[in-house]
Ligand binder design. Structure first.
Ligand code: HEM
Length: 255
């Protein structure tokens, strides 16, 4: 006699996938809006980056939630594939693409590319493993010094210059501009967000369906919303490397 295990049910796993997907999409939208501040100049962008870092424990809670979502999202996607295969071990004798689209057929591949990109992205802009010099990019801000001289800063004697701000913070603006000045890096980012657009254009609509929002009128509308979000994210994210590489955004900060 086989007993029912809810953890192995398709609907349970689909709900986990949809729930974690919602959180990841909200993060990506917020991240894009935050990054678009690069167009407002170094001061605004660095203030934003500095604010994120200053949130301390909150930042770590957000990182843990994101990590948990990624792990659960990947795990349930593999589990659903396995459950589908178990339900239909022979597979279809004729491959049918009725109702499937380029997007839905490439989900697993676009998902793998996005995962690999995020690993590279964290090594690039967060952990500075690919470019250790980014860790030393800093800028002065805050109230401007009236004269130059040597001061005692928490036990360290440092040189201060007239006209500079009295505080010091990471120059995330210079890091992003320097990063995207390398064509290969800019192209990797543009391709990654292209895959993100392909993935989300299908995923968001599929997520709505899982949560029970479907119907002859609703489904086409949700498909449109899904594509608008996916391609909107592509335009927003890709506009940054494109502007740096082709239109010389922030050229002045590169020595
Ligand atoms: C043009 C595209 C992008 C730019 C310019 C960009 C920029 C940045 C920067 C500057 C940071 C480091 C923040 C800091 O520590 O000061 C960061 C972190 C991060 N980015 Fe991006 N990003 C881009 C695209 C993406 C995409 C498409 C994703 C996800 C699919 C993503 C996911 C993340 C994550 C998870 C972090 C780590 C957040 C943290 O733990 O602090 N980014 N990004």
């Amino acid at each position: 006699m086989s007993s029912y295990n809810p953890f192995n049910s398709t609907i349970f796993n689909k709900v986990i996938m949809a729930g974690t997907g919602v959180i990841l999409v909200l993060f990506v939208i917020g991240h894009m809006v935050g990054n678009l501040q690069v167009f407002l100049g170094a001061d605004v962008f660095n203030t934003y980056a500095h604010f994120l870092k200053s949130t301390g424990e909150l930042l770590w809670i957000m990182r843990l939630v994101l990590l948990l979502c990624v792990v659960l999202h990947v795990y349930t996607s593999l589990k659903l594939k396995f459950l589908n295969m178990k339900a239909r071990p022979e597979g279809y004798s004729v491959t049918s693409y009725v109702k499937s689209t380029l997007y839905s057929r490439t989900m697993i591949y676009s998902g793998i590319v996005i995962f690999l990109f995020v690993v590279y992205h964290l090594l690039h802009f967060t952990a500075f493993v690919t470019n250790p010099e980014y860790a030393d990019y800093s800028e002065n801000y805050g109230p401007v010094l009236q004269s130059s001289g040597m001061i005692d800063h928490s036990g360290n004697i440092i040189q201060v210059t007239e006209g500079e701000g009295i505080f010091d913070r990471h120059d995330a603006y210079k890091m992003v501009i320097t990063g995207f000045n390398k064509p290969i890096v800019a192209i990797v980012y543009i391709l990654a967000v292209l895959f993100l657009a392909l993935h989300l254009s299908h995923a968001i609509q599929s997520m709505f369906q899982t949560l029970g929002w479907s119907g002859p009128k609703t489904t086409p509308r949700l498909m449109l919303v899904s594509k608008l979000i996916g391609w909107g994210l592509f335009v927003g994210f890709a506009s940054i490397p494109v502007s740096v590489l082709i239109f010389g955004l922030g050229k002045g900060v590169i020595g």
